[in-house]
Design a protein around this ligand. Sequence first.
Ligand code: NAG
Ligand code: NAG
Length: 380
Amino acid sequence: MVERSMFTMLGLPTLLLLLGAVNGAIPPRAHWKPTWPTYKVPVIVPQLTINLDKPQFDAEAKLEVVSPCGPSCHKRSPLPTYEEVKDYLSYETLYSNGSRTETEVGIYIITGSNSGSQSRSRTKRQIYGYDTRFNIFGKDFLLNYPFSTSVKLSTGCTGTLVAEKHVLTAAHCIHDGKSYVKGAKKLRVGFLRPKLKDGSKGANVSSSPEPERMKFQWIRVKRTHVPKGWLKGNANDIGMDYDYALLELKKPHKRKFMKIGVSPSARQLPGGRIHFSGYDNDRPGNLVYRFCDIRDETYDLLYQQCDAQPGASGSGVYVRMWKRQHHKWERKIIGIFSGHQWVDTNGSPQDFNVAVRITPLKYAQICYWITGNYQECREG
Ligand SMILES: *[C@@H]1O[C@H](CO)[C@@H](O)[C@H](O)[C@H]1NC(C)=O
Ligand SMILES: *[C@@H]1O[C@H](CO)[C@@H](O)[C@H](O)[C@H]1NC(C)=O
């Protein structure tokens, strides 16, 4: 499968380069257009898969993750070793028949690659932004890109379509770090569709002035991948970094999806701003869209203060930037909205909403889960 001679084991110096790569990528300063940087992505491939006992499914789905570790705490934590990273990126797969496997991964880089400089400057943003949410009404919006990529999980969270059959969401929607949540056994993904009265079969639908009635149509999940970094950490300082999961549907959803991409640093994003849409608990049945400024970032997390309620967790955080190779604007998912955190900063509690960044390593892992082919995952 993998030709070893092509690869080198990822040693610590390379790992440091890789970890620096997100902030070290050459910023597209010279261009007025915010442009997607290109990243060298490592190769992550399965090495060994073993069967595990059937899980219990006894955890309650908690839609909020509480972590006492804020930005400064995360920045103080030491860089993981190669063995640790390899362990965090190993994963569990849950099948719809209840069986479960654990897969160890190997991490490689193509020899001769050069990952740029190591600067890890951390800009503190002084400008605080909007904190506004918009309900998205009307078929014209709800059924169209990008809002149509937001789906609801039967456990209460939000997910985003990232491939023909794949949905990206937060790990805590599936697993509480110790056990699978009850609803994970028969996990389904809901797609908003217009509610048609008998006879009206979709004729002349766009002219109604009122918000149209929509309902969810559900598709079963065939398998679910959760990184071991989440299973081990359970929302402690490390676990938070791995709060993501990928779901594979039993059949294709046939909608347009949004690709994933490596998260640029906040200062490279247009206006330092991110966007996401989710099914917030306080507005049942509504898809809620918001955008907001990034307040702080670590290698693995983005901190922002935009308004969000628990049901929004698992939403894909996206930005729209110029893709030079394709000569067009592209939206990509660069993170997964994890949830709300109270963080003690200098004695005064401050609340943040946290999103998990898609780093080059996570990109390689999620992309492999989607495609099963590392060669399709070389460019983030
Ligand atoms: C469950 O499904 C997986 C994947 O289709 C299969 O490999 C495994 O053997 C099945 N397990 C049982 C107990 O049927
Ligand atoms: C659709 O609705 C509009 C406005 O109510 C009306 O003018 C038009 O004739 C309708 N078209 C059809 C095909 O029913």
